[in-house]
Design a protein around this ligand. Structure first.
Ligand SMILES: *[C@@H]1O[C@H](CO)[C@@H](O)[C@H](O)[C@H]1NC(C)=O
Length: 466
């Protein structure tokens, strides 16, 4: 059954073009960018003759593809009991090398055939940025499973996950496979191919039907189901000379890495961004972008604001007033956690006292990242608690932090806002009773003291203290 919500667009232009006889030779080679991973049965049941025929088939397919780091990338893995990675998407950048390596692939002759585990392995280890996948650039991700028998392990869950991850899986089976299994694994039943035997003749016969969608198919990436953990995150970046244009790319990459790992869409995590030095500047709001590719595209254009001063206090007030509001996309009224991540590389040049107090009452969970000359004590007063202050010796450490900060960013939330109640009595005498819900104060006691001092200072002019 075809899942609702799964969009599949099969381009038939190639078929139409190939019907016209005097087609330019170039048409034969599609220049569409795509990442294609081949996963091949290497079990002893298949036998080396069939294996060799499959290997020749892959060589023929690759020879029809325009391989290059900016065009089509190909990876290859073999499986049986386990998976053997032959090469990754970013291992070879020319067709010549890819073909040579395919031809060199040795038959694993494994005793089992765990297709489910192999698909899971490939999903985790091949369709990832570190091995060359360009999924974040919106480039179609294709998987070709070629197998000769029924899987020995379960394939249901991983088949669902591959579809949800937007991976376009093709299957090619022979004799001892079950068509329904290969149709379930395939992104769409039309992408499940079958031959009588893995022999040169039948494989040659299926080649044109197989190549067309492989070269032209584009799938709409299906977002994972709405996560149970939506949040609004605003980043506030030091855009002053403290960072400087030499280090700014490291800050930007940090942010890109964090965003890459968040499930960004309008229903789950929303991201906003501001920079500051002497004055704060909104880069984009929580509701400016609804998809990750749009957001990453905007991030790539981010430039250092510049400026000598670092007015952290006024920058925090700016984000509270302009970013954590319903009109700017904040879902604070829906009780979605509100997070602020402040990155500073120097000491504030304005007073942070009042901003820190406003943060207490705002319902915002504040993280602070201090790099280089940042003032630790200052950041501890701003952050929700001391555990949320991350100190980095230098900008290159930010890469590591982009991994470490993910769990707190995606799991922490703060308790209800502390209520401050003032009861008034007649005749000018006032008893001011201040109540704090201590459950959530924990190690923020110093901030509470700051708050009290601020309050008392503010009241001094109005009242005489007894
Ligand atoms: C595969 O392994 C079996 C033993 O399990 C052996 O008899 C056979 O010759 C092997 N085939 C190849 C091609 O290595």
């Amino acid at each position: 059954m075809r899942e609702s919500g799964v969009l599949l667009v099969v381009a038939v232009f190639c078929l139409m073009l190939s019907a016209i006889h005097q087609v330019d030779a170039q048409v034969d080679v599609e220049v569409n960018k795509r990442d294609i991973v081949f996963l091949v049965d290497g079990s002893s049941d298949l036998g080396s003759a069939s294996f060799n025929a499959i290997r020749d088939f892959i060589t023929k397919v690759v020879n029809k593809l325009e391989i290059g780091p900016d065009l089509i990338q190909v990876a290859l893995a073999q499986y049986g009991q386990d998976v053997k990675s032959e090469f990754y998407l970013n291992t070879y950048t020319t067709r010549k090398y890819v073909v040579a390596q395919v031809k060199k692939m040795k038959f694993l002759n494994s005793t089992s055939l765990n297709t489910g585990a192999a698909l899971k392995y490939v999903q985790k280890n091949f369709f990832t940025g570190s091995t060359g996948s360009r999924v974040l650039e919106g480039i179609p991700q294709l998987l070709v499973l070629i197998t000769g028998a029924i899987s020995k392990d379960d394939i249901h869950q991983v088949s669902q996950e591959l579809k949800q991850g937007g991976i376009l899986t093709f299957t090619l089976g022979a004799k001892r496979t079950v068509p329904s299994e290969l149709q379930e694994i395939a992104f769409d039943p039309s992408l499940a191919f079958q031959v009588d035997e893995f022999k040169p003749q039948p494989l040659q016969g299926v080649l044109p039907r197989f190549l067309t969608p492989l070269k032209t198919l584009t799938g709409t990436v299906v977002e994972a189901p709405v996560p149970a953990n939506p949040r609004d995150i605003v980043f506030l970046l030091d855009g002053s000379v403290n960072v400087g244009s030499a280090n700014f790319p490291l800050v930007r990459d940090f942010l890109i890495n964090v965003i890459n790992n968040l499930g960004v869409n309008s229903e789950s995590t929303r991201v906003g961004l501001a920079q500051f030095s002497d004055t704060p500047r909104t880069e984009f709001n929580l509701n400016s972008f609804t998809t990750k590719p749009e957001l990453l595209n905007r991030m790539a254009q981010l430039r250092l604001q510049g400026g000598n001063a670092l007015n952290i206090g006024s920058a925090i007030q700016h984000v509270l007033q302009n970013h954590f509001t319903s009109s700017a996309g904040s879902r604070i009224k829906e009780n979605i956690p509100q997070l602020l991540v402040v990155l500073a590389a120097g000491k504030s040049t304005d007073n942070i006292q009042s901003a820190a107090i406003q943060l207490i009452n705002s319902g915002v969970l504040t993280f602070c990242i201090g790099v280089g000359g940042a003032d630790k004590e200052e950041l501890q007063r701003i952050a929700f608690n001391r555990q949320l202050v991350f100190e980095m010796d230098d900008f290159s450490s930010l890469f590591q932090l982009s991994q470490e900060i993910l769990t707190p960013l995606t799991t922490y939330h703060r308790g209800p806002v502390t209520e401050v109640t003032a009861t008034t009595a007649p005749e000018g005498k006032k008893d001011i009773e201040i109540m704090f819900d201590t459950t959530y104060i924990a190690d923020r006691f110093s901030l509470v003291c700051d708050f009290l001092i601020g309050l008392i200072e503010g009241l001094k002019g109005l009242f005489t203290f007894v």
